[in-house]
Design a protein around this ligand. Structure first.
Ligand code: ATP
Ligand code: MG
Ligand code: FE
Length: 343
């Protein structure tokens, strides 16, 4: 089926068009620059930016795909989870588009969409199931177990406070580096000693195993970095920026990869899919690949344009739902900022 997908859950206005598992176009307009001076995504600013970006993005995606809107078999949209106002703009636009074209509309889950990104990776065989998926971005840090993309995705755990990308952004701010923090910390980490400072790995203690085995926590790590710096400054010592940056990154990467691979082992799943904007981190990919290989786990990493928020993964997921015979959504659904993965 020919499907157009709309993604507006955070700061990317993503419009993607797929024919089945073939990616035809994937246009992304980001309002990231507008959020830079606030050091994080501002919901109202993001919602307004989506409103302005949607129409031109749809036109561009349609032109790049070389199709006409009338050719579409369906429209798909992220209905959650995400920022309520931002989601609402996309859901409204998708309803308007579907109704005006007389086409069926599919409301899909953003996190499951991230898993669906894999099937659009042209040069590789689609992922086999079951798989564990680790999604790390500015808005979420989630560990999922997908037994079937269209019928059975389970949320194993997620962050109980900051998302991993958010931790990079906040620690960058503490270090006096601009937003977004991930690439800045990567740059600052060059030449640093990753064993210089042992920062805490959140929710990794034996006592956390019962309630939070698959959950993440990064706010304690952020505070630990701030404390460490305060103490050196109070003592009049110089701050070894590279050591702090690389030690922080090592702590984040270690806990992400450890929990993801533990989940693979505990569920007897030999596959791990990575997604989300933090996957841009080379050290994270490197450690994941290294440790997974040692454990006999295959790692899948879609190209970055499909890892960050995009409309193609939303269209791709809807195409799978259509192929599996799933009926379209009724127009009664709304944006749901906390939509569970089972929906
Ligand atoms: P979502 O709705 O998926 O949570 P988002 O817009 O918050 O979306 P993304 O756009 O997927 O998140 O990713 C942005 C985040 O990724 C930022 O927090 C940024 O700091 C982080 N990031 C980008 N590059 C790197 C990197 N090299 N290392 C670590 N983090 C990175
Ligand atoms: Mg973003
Ligand atoms: Fe996302």
């Amino acid at each position: 089926p020919l499907v157009l997908g709309i993604e507006t859950s955070c700061d990317e206005t993503g419009i993607g068009i797929v024919r089945g598992r073939t990616l035809l176009s994937n246009t992304i307009a980001s309002s990231m620059d507008e959020h830079a001076r606030y050091g994080g995504v501002v919901p109202e600013v993001a919602a307004r930016a989506h409103l302005e970006a949607l129409q031109p993005a749809i036109e561009r995606a349609v032109a790049e795909a070389g199709i006409r809107l009338a050719d579409l078999d369906a429209v798909a949209v992220t209905s959650g989870p995400g920022l309520a106002g931002a989601l609402m703009v996309g859901v409204g636009a998708a309803k308007a588009l579907a109704v005006s074209l007389g086409k069926p509309l599919y409301a899909v889950n953003h996190l499951v969409g991230h898993i669906a990104a894999d099937i659009l990776t042209a040069d590789s065989e689609p992922l086999e199931y079951p798989t564990v998926a680790l999604l790390v971005s500015g808005g979420h840090t989630s560990l999922l177990l997908g037994r079937d993309l269209t019928t059975d995705v389970e949320l194993l755990g997620e962050t109980v406070d900051d998302a991993a990308g958010e931790a990079f952004d906040k620690v960058a701010r503490i270090l006096g580096l601009p937003y977004p923090g991930g690439p800045q910390i990567d740059r600052a980490a060059q030449g640093g000693d990753p064993t210089a400072i042992r920062f805490p790995r959140g929710l990794s203690r034996a006592s956390d195993r019962e309630k939070h085995r698959w959950d993440f926590s990064f706010s304690g790590l952020k505070t630990a970095v701030a404390r460490w710096i305060e103490q050196r400054e109070a003592a009049g010592e110089e701050i070894p920026l590279a050591d702090v940056a690389v030690s922080f990154r090592e702590a984040v990467v270690d806990v992400l990869v450890s929990k993801a691979l533990d989940a693979c082992a505990a569920h007897g799943v030999p596959r791990l899919l990575l997604g989300g904007g933090v996957i841009a981190n080379r050290r994270l990919r490197e450690v994941a690949l290294e440790r997974a290989a040692a454990q006999g786990v295959t790692v899948r990493i879609p190209p970055l344009s499909l890892c960050t928020d995009n409309g193609a993964m939303i269209a791709g997921l809807a195409a799978e739902l259509i192929a599996s015979g799933r009926p379209a959504s009724t127009l009664a659904f709304g944006a749901d900022s906390t939509l569970p993965v089972t929906e």
